[in-house]
Design a binder for this molecule. Structure first.
Ligand code: AMP
Length: 398
Protein backbone atom coordinates (compact mmCIF):
# COMPACT_ATOMS: atom_id res chain seq x y z
CA UNK A 1 0.00 0.00 0.00
CA UNK A 2 1.11 3.56 -0.55
CA UNK A 3 2.50 4.52 2.77
CA UNK A 4 1.16 7.58 4.47
CA UNK A 5 2.03 9.41 7.64
CA UNK A 6 0.01 8.74 10.75
CA UNK A 7 -0.42 10.75 13.95
CA UNK A 8 2.00 8.35 15.66
CA UNK A 9 4.72 9.57 13.26
CA UNK A 10 4.31 13.16 14.43
CA UNK A 11 6.75 13.02 17.36
CA UNK A 12 6.27 14.94 20.58
CA UNK A 13 3.04 16.92 20.39
CA UNK A 14 3.10 18.56 23.82
CA UNK A 15 1.95 22.17 23.46
CA UNK A 16 1.66 21.87 19.68
CA UNK A 17 -1.40 23.07 17.76
CA UNK A 18 -2.93 20.45 15.47
CA UNK A 19 -5.13 21.75 12.65
CA UNK A 20 -7.51 18.86 12.12
CA UNK A 21 -9.73 18.64 9.02
CA UNK A 22 -12.93 16.81 9.91
CA UNK A 23 -16.21 16.12 8.12
CA UNK A 24 -18.78 18.05 10.15
CA UNK A 25 -21.17 18.48 7.24
CA UNK A 26 -23.94 17.09 9.43
CA UNK A 27 -27.69 17.16 8.83
CA UNK A 28 -29.22 20.06 10.79
CA UNK A 29 -32.74 21.28 11.41
CA UNK A 30 -33.54 24.58 13.14
CA UNK A 31 -29.97 24.87 14.38
CA UNK A 32 -29.94 21.37 15.88
CA UNK A 33 -27.80 18.49 14.67
CA UNK A 34 -30.21 15.65 13.75
CA UNK A 35 -27.60 12.92 13.17
CA UNK A 36 -24.30 13.03 15.05
CA UNK A 37 -22.60 10.06 13.30
CA UNK A 38 -19.94 12.30 11.77
CA UNK A 39 -19.30 14.04 15.09
CA UNK A 40 -18.83 10.71 16.84
CA UNK A 41 -16.45 9.64 14.09
CA UNK A 42 -14.09 12.52 14.95
CA UNK A 43 -13.73 11.66 18.63
CA UNK A 44 -10.87 9.14 18.40
CA UNK A 45 -8.59 11.41 16.42
CA UNK A 46 -9.30 14.44 18.62
CA UNK A 47 -8.79 12.44 21.83
CA UNK A 48 -5.55 10.88 20.65
CA UNK A 49 -4.13 14.33 19.86
CA UNK A 50 -5.28 15.71 23.22
CA UNK A 51 -3.79 12.76 25.05
CA UNK A 52 -0.52 13.46 23.28
CA UNK A 53 -0.68 17.00 24.68
CA UNK A 54 -1.74 18.93 21.59
CA UNK A 55 -4.34 21.66 21.29
CA UNK A 56 -6.86 20.84 18.59
CA UNK A 57 -8.24 23.39 16.11
CA UNK A 58 -10.93 21.80 13.97
CA UNK A 59 -11.38 22.79 10.34
CA UNK A 60 -14.55 21.85 8.49
CA UNK A 61 -16.94 22.95 5.79
CA UNK A 62 -20.70 23.11 6.05
CA UNK A 63 -22.97 23.26 3.01
CA UNK A 64 -22.13 25.26 -0.08
CA UNK A 65 -21.78 28.94 0.85
CA UNK A 66 -19.61 29.50 -2.25
CA UNK A 67 -17.10 31.83 -0.64
CA UNK A 68 -19.67 34.06 1.11
CA UNK A 69 -20.55 34.35 4.78
CA UNK A 70 -23.99 32.72 4.99
CA UNK A 71 -25.42 32.84 8.50
CA UNK A 72 -27.39 29.58 8.12
CA UNK A 73 -24.19 27.79 7.16
CA UNK A 74 -22.26 28.78 10.26
CA UNK A 75 -20.67 25.93 12.18
CA UNK A 76 -21.38 27.70 15.50
CA UNK A 77 -24.21 25.30 16.52
CA UNK A 78 -21.99 22.30 15.80
CA UNK A 79 -19.44 23.26 18.48
CA UNK A 80 -21.94 22.58 21.28
CA UNK A 81 -23.09 19.33 19.69
CA UNK A 82 -19.50 18.13 19.34
CA UNK A 83 -18.71 19.12 22.94
CA UNK A 84 -21.51 16.79 24.10
CA UNK A 85 -20.21 13.91 22.00
CA UNK A 86 -16.61 14.54 23.08
CA UNK A 87 -17.43 15.07 26.73
CA UNK A 88 -15.18 18.15 26.88
CA UNK A 89 -15.39 21.88 26.18
CA UNK A 90 -15.28 22.90 22.56
CA UNK A 91 -15.01 26.61 21.90
CA UNK A 92 -15.87 28.32 18.63
CA UNK A 93 -14.35 31.19 16.70
CA UNK A 94 -16.11 32.97 13.87
CA UNK A 95 -13.36 32.64 11.25
CA UNK A 96 -10.68 30.16 10.22
CA UNK A 97 -7.76 32.57 9.77
CA UNK A 98 -6.31 35.78 11.15
CA UNK A 99 -5.08 37.30 14.39
CA UNK A 100 -8.38 36.92 16.21
CA UNK A 101 -8.35 33.16 15.55
CA UNK A 102 -4.66 32.85 16.48
CA UNK A 103 -5.43 34.52 19.82
CA UNK A 104 -8.42 32.26 20.45
CA UNK A 105 -6.21 29.21 19.92
CA UNK A 106 -3.45 30.67 22.12
CA UNK A 107 -6.01 31.23 24.88
CA UNK A 108 -7.06 27.56 24.92
CA UNK A 109 -6.15 25.51 27.97
CA UNK A 110 -3.61 22.72 27.33
CA UNK A 111 -5.30 19.97 25.25
CA UNK A 112 -8.16 22.41 24.54
CA UNK A 113 -10.41 22.07 21.51
CA UNK A 114 -11.76 24.81 19.27
CA UNK A 115 -13.93 24.65 16.15
CA UNK A 116 -13.13 27.25 13.50
CA UNK A 117 -15.83 28.74 11.26
CA UNK A 118 -16.85 27.15 7.94
CA UNK A 119 -13.76 27.11 5.73
CA UNK A 120 -15.92 27.60 2.63
CA UNK A 121 -16.80 31.14 3.77
CA UNK A 122 -13.50 31.99 2.04
CA UNK A 123 -13.43 31.82 -1.75
CA UNK A 124 -9.87 30.52 -1.66
CA UNK A 125 -10.85 27.27 0.08
CA UNK A 126 -12.38 25.51 -2.90
CA UNK A 127 -9.83 27.06 -5.26
CA UNK A 128 -6.97 25.57 -3.27
CA UNK A 129 -5.52 29.09 -2.94
CA UNK A 130 -1.96 28.92 -1.53
CA UNK A 131 -2.31 32.39 0.07
CA UNK A 132 -5.27 31.22 2.14
CA UNK A 133 -3.40 27.99 2.90
CA UNK A 134 -0.44 30.01 4.23
CA UNK A 135 -2.71 32.08 6.47
CA UNK A 136 -4.44 29.00 7.90
CA UNK A 137 -1.17 27.08 8.23
CA UNK A 138 0.22 29.96 10.34
CA UNK A 139 -2.27 28.99 13.07
CA UNK A 140 -0.81 25.54 13.74
CA UNK A 141 2.21 23.27 13.90
CA UNK A 142 0.81 20.25 12.07
CA UNK A 143 -2.07 19.31 9.77
CA UNK A 144 -4.14 16.19 10.40
CA UNK A 145 -6.61 15.16 7.73
CA UNK A 146 -9.41 12.95 9.00
CA UNK A 147 -11.95 13.67 6.25
CA UNK A 148 -11.64 10.98 3.59
CA UNK A 149 -15.07 12.04 2.29
CA UNK A 150 -13.55 15.33 1.08
CA UNK A 151 -10.24 13.85 -0.10
CA UNK A 152 -11.24 13.88 -3.79
CA UNK A 153 -11.07 17.69 -3.69
CA UNK A 154 -7.89 19.72 -3.87
CA UNK A 155 -9.14 22.35 -1.47
CA UNK A 156 -7.00 24.31 0.98
CA UNK A 157 -8.06 22.33 4.04
CA UNK A 158 -8.31 18.95 2.30
CA UNK A 159 -4.91 18.97 0.62
CA UNK A 160 -3.03 22.25 0.13
CA UNK A 161 -2.27 22.78 3.83
CA UNK A 162 0.10 19.83 3.47
CA UNK A 163 2.35 22.07 1.34
CA UNK A 164 2.91 24.29 4.37
CA UNK A 165 2.77 21.98 7.38
CA UNK A 166 3.79 18.41 8.19
CA UNK A 167 0.67 16.39 7.34
CA UNK A 168 -0.73 13.20 8.88
CA UNK A 169 -3.73 10.92 8.41
CA UNK A 170 -6.24 10.97 11.24
CA UNK A 171 -7.56 7.70 12.63
CA UNK A 172 -10.64 7.57 10.34
CA UNK A 173 -8.61 8.40 7.30
CA UNK A 174 -6.17 5.69 8.24
CA UNK A 175 -8.94 3.10 8.74
CA UNK A 176 -10.47 4.03 5.43
CA UNK A 177 -7.19 3.81 3.52
CA UNK A 178 -6.33 0.45 5.07
CA UNK A 179 -9.79 -0.97 4.24
CA UNK A 180 -9.76 0.32 0.68
CA UNK A 181 -6.33 -1.12 0.12
CA UNK A 182 -7.58 -4.50 1.33
CA UNK A 183 -10.48 -4.31 -1.12
CA UNK A 184 -8.82 -3.14 -4.30
CA UNK A 185 -5.21 -2.05 -3.79
CA UNK A 186 -3.80 -5.28 -2.47
CA UNK A 187 -6.72 -7.67 -2.09
CA UNK A 188 -6.99 -11.36 -1.43
CA UNK A 189 -8.18 -12.93 -4.70
CA UNK A 190 -10.51 -13.74 -6.28
CA UNK A 191 -12.12 -10.30 -6.02
CA UNK A 192 -15.78 -9.85 -6.91
CA UNK A 193 -17.06 -6.32 -7.59
CA UNK A 194 -20.81 -5.82 -7.39
CA UNK A 195 -21.91 -2.64 -9.13
CA UNK A 196 -25.57 -1.74 -9.21
CA UNK A 197 -27.60 1.44 -9.26
CA UNK A 198 -29.52 3.34 -11.82
CA UNK A 199 -27.32 4.22 -14.76
CA UNK A 200 -24.25 3.06 -16.62
CA UNK A 201 -23.56 6.66 -17.70
CA UNK A 202 -22.66 7.74 -14.15
CA UNK A 203 -20.29 4.79 -13.66
CA UNK A 204 -18.44 4.32 -16.97
CA UNK A 205 -15.01 5.24 -15.54
CA UNK A 206 -15.64 3.04 -12.55
CA UNK A 207 -16.57 0.00 -14.68
CA UNK A 208 -13.60 0.51 -16.98
CA UNK A 209 -11.23 0.62 -14.02
CA UNK A 210 -12.78 -2.32 -12.22
CA UNK A 211 -12.56 -4.75 -15.14
CA UNK A 212 -8.77 -4.32 -15.07
CA UNK A 213 -8.56 -4.93 -11.31
CA UNK A 214 -11.11 -7.56 -10.29
CA UNK A 215 -11.70 -11.19 -11.23
CA UNK A 216 -15.50 -11.01 -11.42
CA UNK A 217 -17.75 -8.01 -12.03
CA UNK A 218 -21.45 -8.42 -11.28
CA UNK A 219 -23.70 -5.77 -12.80
CA UNK A 220 -27.07 -5.20 -11.20
CA UNK A 221 -29.93 -2.72 -10.90
CA UNK A 222 -30.99 -0.47 -13.74
CA UNK A 223 -27.44 -0.63 -15.13
CA UNK A 224 -27.86 -4.31 -15.91
CA UNK A 225 -30.78 -3.45 -18.23
CA UNK A 226 -28.39 -1.42 -20.39
CA UNK A 227 -26.01 -4.40 -20.55
CA UNK A 228 -28.84 -6.82 -21.36
CA UNK A 229 -30.32 -4.52 -24.03
CA UNK A 230 -26.87 -4.20 -25.66
CA UNK A 231 -26.94 -7.99 -26.05
CA UNK A 232 -30.31 -7.76 -27.78
CA UNK A 233 -32.48 -8.70 -24.79
CA UNK A 234 -35.86 -6.97 -24.84
CA UNK A 235 -36.16 -4.93 -21.61
CA UNK A 236 -39.63 -3.50 -22.25
CA UNK A 237 -40.08 -0.09 -20.62
CA UNK A 238 -37.27 -0.64 -18.07
CA UNK A 239 -34.89 2.12 -17.12
CA UNK A 240 -32.26 1.62 -19.83
CA UNK A 241 -29.66 3.69 -21.69
CA UNK A 242 -30.04 2.24 -25.16
CA UNK A 243 -27.56 4.76 -26.59
CA UNK A 244 -24.75 3.25 -24.49
CA UNK A 245 -24.66 -0.09 -26.32
CA UNK A 246 -21.21 0.69 -27.77
CA UNK A 247 -19.87 1.69 -24.35
CA UNK A 248 -21.14 -1.57 -22.93
CA UNK A 249 -19.39 -3.51 -25.68
CA UNK A 250 -16.15 -1.61 -24.96
CA UNK A 251 -16.41 -2.51 -21.27
CA UNK A 252 -17.10 -6.15 -22.16
CA UNK A 253 -14.11 -6.25 -24.52
CA UNK A 254 -11.85 -4.70 -21.85
CA UNK A 255 -13.08 -7.27 -19.35
CA UNK A 256 -12.37 -10.12 -21.73
CA UNK A 257 -8.86 -8.80 -22.41
CA UNK A 258 -8.17 -8.54 -18.69
CA UNK A 259 -9.64 -11.95 -17.86
CA UNK A 260 -12.50 -10.47 -15.81
CA UNK A 261 -15.74 -12.45 -15.82
CA UNK A 262 -18.88 -10.30 -16.15
CA UNK A 263 -21.96 -11.56 -14.33
CA UNK A 264 -25.37 -10.35 -15.50
CA UNK A 265 -28.83 -11.18 -14.14
CA UNK A 266 -30.19 -14.57 -15.27
CA UNK A 267 -33.82 -13.84 -14.43
CA UNK A 268 -35.62 -10.67 -13.47
CA UNK A 269 -38.61 -9.36 -11.53
CA UNK A 270 -40.90 -7.16 -13.61
CA UNK A 271 -43.86 -4.90 -12.91
CA UNK A 272 -45.99 -2.51 -14.91
CA UNK A 273 -45.70 0.33 -12.41
CA UNK A 274 -42.77 1.87 -10.52
CA UNK A 275 -44.30 1.71 -7.06
CA UNK A 276 -44.15 -0.32 -3.88
CA UNK A 277 -46.11 -3.58 -3.94
CA UNK A 278 -46.93 -3.20 -7.63
CA UNK A 279 -48.17 -6.46 -9.18
CA UNK A 280 -45.05 -8.31 -10.27
CA UNK A 281 -43.76 -11.56 -11.69
CA UNK A 282 -40.43 -13.30 -12.09
CA UNK A 283 -39.53 -13.85 -15.70
CA UNK A 284 -36.78 -15.27 -17.83
CA UNK A 285 -34.59 -12.96 -19.86
CA UNK A 286 -36.23 -12.44 -23.23
CA UNK A 287 -39.68 -12.75 -21.70
CA UNK A 288 -40.20 -9.14 -20.62
CA UNK A 289 -43.35 -7.67 -22.20
CA UNK A 290 -43.34 -4.25 -23.86
CA UNK A 291 -45.35 -2.67 -21.03
CA UNK A 292 -43.25 -4.19 -18.21
CA UNK A 293 -40.17 -2.88 -16.44
CA UNK A 294 -37.40 -4.76 -14.66
CA UNK A 295 -37.25 -3.67 -11.03
CA UNK A 296 -35.21 -6.41 -9.41
CA UNK A 297 -33.17 -9.54 -10.03
CA UNK A 298 -34.84 -12.95 -9.65
CA UNK A 299 -34.03 -16.04 -7.57
CA UNK A 300 -31.70 -17.57 -10.18
CA UNK A 301 -29.68 -14.35 -10.31
CA UNK A 302 -29.51 -14.22 -6.51
CA UNK A 303 -28.26 -17.82 -6.41
CA UNK A 304 -25.69 -17.02 -9.10
CA UNK A 305 -24.38 -14.08 -7.02
CA UNK A 306 -24.34 -16.18 -3.86
CA UNK A 307 -22.27 -18.74 -5.71
CA UNK A 308 -19.86 -16.02 -6.90
CA UNK A 309 -19.57 -14.72 -3.32
CA UNK A 310 -18.71 -18.26 -2.25
CA UNK A 311 -15.86 -18.31 -4.77
CA UNK A 312 -14.57 -14.84 -3.83
CA UNK A 313 -12.17 -13.89 -1.04
CA UNK A 314 -12.99 -10.19 -1.38
CA UNK A 315 -16.12 -8.32 -2.44
CA UNK A 316 -16.36 -4.64 -3.17
CA UNK A 317 -19.89 -3.33 -3.55
CA UNK A 318 -21.41 -0.13 -4.86
CA UNK A 319 -25.04 0.36 -5.83
CA UNK A 320 -28.27 -1.56 -5.17
CA UNK A 321 -29.36 -4.56 -7.30
CA UNK A 322 -32.89 -3.28 -7.79
CA UNK A 323 -35.29 -0.49 -6.87
CA UNK A 324 -34.59 -1.28 -3.21
CA UNK A 325 -36.64 1.60 -1.82
CA UNK A 326 -39.81 -0.15 -3.04
CA UNK A 327 -40.86 -3.44 -1.41
CA UNK A 328 -40.59 -6.19 -2.65
CA UNK A 329 -38.02 -4.96 -5.19
CA UNK A 330 -35.43 -4.83 -2.41
CA UNK A 331 -35.25 -8.64 -2.34
CA UNK A 332 -32.09 -9.24 -4.40
CA UNK A 333 -30.19 -6.43 -2.66
CA UNK A 334 -31.19 -7.71 0.78
CA UNK A 335 -30.55 -11.41 0.05
CA UNK A 336 -27.14 -10.84 -1.53
CA UNK A 337 -26.17 -8.40 1.25
CA UNK A 338 -27.16 -11.01 3.84
CA UNK A 339 -25.00 -13.63 2.14
CA UNK A 340 -21.99 -11.29 1.91
CA UNK A 341 -22.44 -10.36 5.58
CA UNK A 342 -22.72 -14.02 6.60
CA UNK A 343 -19.47 -14.89 4.83
CA UNK A 344 -17.70 -11.80 6.21
CA UNK A 345 -18.83 -12.63 9.73
CA UNK A 346 -17.53 -16.19 9.31
CA UNK A 347 -14.14 -14.78 8.30
CA UNK A 348 -14.43 -16.18 4.77
CA UNK A 349 -14.77 -12.89 2.90
CA UNK A 350 -13.46 -9.35 3.10
CA UNK A 351 -16.60 -7.33 2.36
CA UNK A 352 -16.21 -3.61 1.64
CA UNK A 353 -18.99 -1.33 0.42
CA UNK A 354 -19.52 2.35 -0.10
CA UNK A 355 -21.31 5.18 -1.84
CA UNK A 356 -24.48 7.00 -0.73
CA UNK A 357 -27.29 4.67 -1.77
CA UNK A 358 -25.23 1.58 -1.00
CA UNK A 359 -24.94 2.52 2.66
CA UNK A 360 -28.70 3.13 2.77
CA UNK A 361 -29.34 -0.22 1.05
CA UNK A 362 -27.08 -2.17 3.44
CA UNK A 363 -28.60 -0.43 6.44
CA UNK A 364 -32.01 -1.34 5.04
CA UNK A 365 -30.84 -4.97 4.81
CA UNK A 366 -29.75 -4.70 8.45
CA UNK A 367 -26.32 -6.19 7.78
CA UNK A 368 -24.03 -3.16 7.64
CA UNK A 369 -22.47 -4.10 10.99
CA UNK A 370 -21.20 -7.44 9.65
CA UNK A 371 -19.40 -5.98 6.65
CA UNK A 372 -15.64 -5.64 7.02
CA UNK A 373 -15.85 -1.94 6.20
CA UNK A 374 -18.47 0.46 4.92
CA UNK A 375 -17.36 3.79 3.59
CA UNK A 376 -19.79 6.64 4.08
CA UNK A 377 -17.86 8.81 1.65
CA UNK A 378 -19.83 9.31 -1.57
CA UNK A 379 -17.80 11.09 -4.25
CA UNK A 380 -14.41 10.20 -2.77
CA UNK A 381 -15.29 6.49 -2.60
CA UNK A 382 -16.48 6.47 -6.23
CA UNK A 383 -13.39 8.34 -7.48
CA UNK A 384 -11.23 5.88 -5.62
CA UNK A 385 -13.15 2.99 -7.29
CA UNK A 386 -12.51 4.75 -10.59
CA UNK A 387 -8.80 4.42 -9.87
CA UNK A 388 -8.27 8.18 -9.60
CA UNK A 389 -5.66 9.74 -7.37
CA UNK A 390 -7.30 11.58 -4.50
CA UNK A 391 -5.49 14.88 -3.78
CA UNK A 392 -6.24 14.65 -0.06
CA UNK A 393 -4.65 11.20 0.11
CA UNK A 394 -1.71 12.10 -2.14
CA UNK A 395 -0.92 14.95 0.25
CA UNK A 396 -0.39 12.47 3.10
CA UNK A 397 2.07 10.23 1.33
CA UNK A 398 5.18 9.52 3.30
P1 AMP B 1 -27.13 4.96 -7.97
O1 AMP B 1 -27.30 6.29 -7.32
O2 AMP B 1 -26.63 5.02 -9.38
O3 AMP B 1 -26.37 3.97 -7.10
O4 AMP B 1 -28.61 4.38 -8.14
C1 AMP B 1 -29.42 4.03 -7.05
C2 AMP B 1 -30.85 4.03 -7.52
O5 AMP B 1 -31.02 3.09 -8.57
C3 AMP B 1 -31.83 3.64 -6.43
O6 AMP B 1 -32.65 4.73 -6.17
C4 AMP B 1 -32.61 2.48 -7.04
O7 AMP B 1 -33.99 2.57 -6.80
C5 AMP B 1 -32.35 2.66 -8.52
N1 AMP B 1 -32.52 1.41 -9.26
C6 AMP B 1 -31.86 0.26 -9.10
N2 AMP B 1 -32.32 -0.67 -9.92
C7 AMP B 1 -33.31 -0.13 -10.64
C8 AMP B 1 -34.18 -0.60 -11.68
N3 AMP B 1 -34.10 -1.85 -12.13
N4 AMP B 1 -35.07 0.27 -12.19
C9 AMP B 1 -35.14 1.54 -11.72
N5 AMP B 1 -34.35 2.04 -10.76
C10 AMP B 1 -33.46 1.21 -10.22
Amino acid sequence: MTSFKRISDAGNLTGKVALVRVDFNVPMENGLVTDDTRLRAAVDTVQSLRTAGAKVALLAHFGRPKGERVAEMSLAPVAGAFAKVLGANVSFVADCKGEHVRKAIADLAPAGVILLENTRFHKGEEKGDPELAKEIAALGDLFVNDAFSAAHRRHVTTAVLADFLPAYAGINMEEELVALDKALGNPERPVLAIVGGAKVSSKIDLLKNLVTKVDMLAIGGGMANTFLAAQGVNVGKSLCEHDLADTVREIEAAAKAAGCEILLPRDVVVAKEFKANADNRVCALGDVAADEMILDAGALSIAHLAEALGRAKTVIWNGPLGAFELTPFDTATVKVAEEAARLAKAGKLVAVAGGGDTVAALNHAGVAGDFTFISTAGGAFLEWMEGKELPGVEALKA
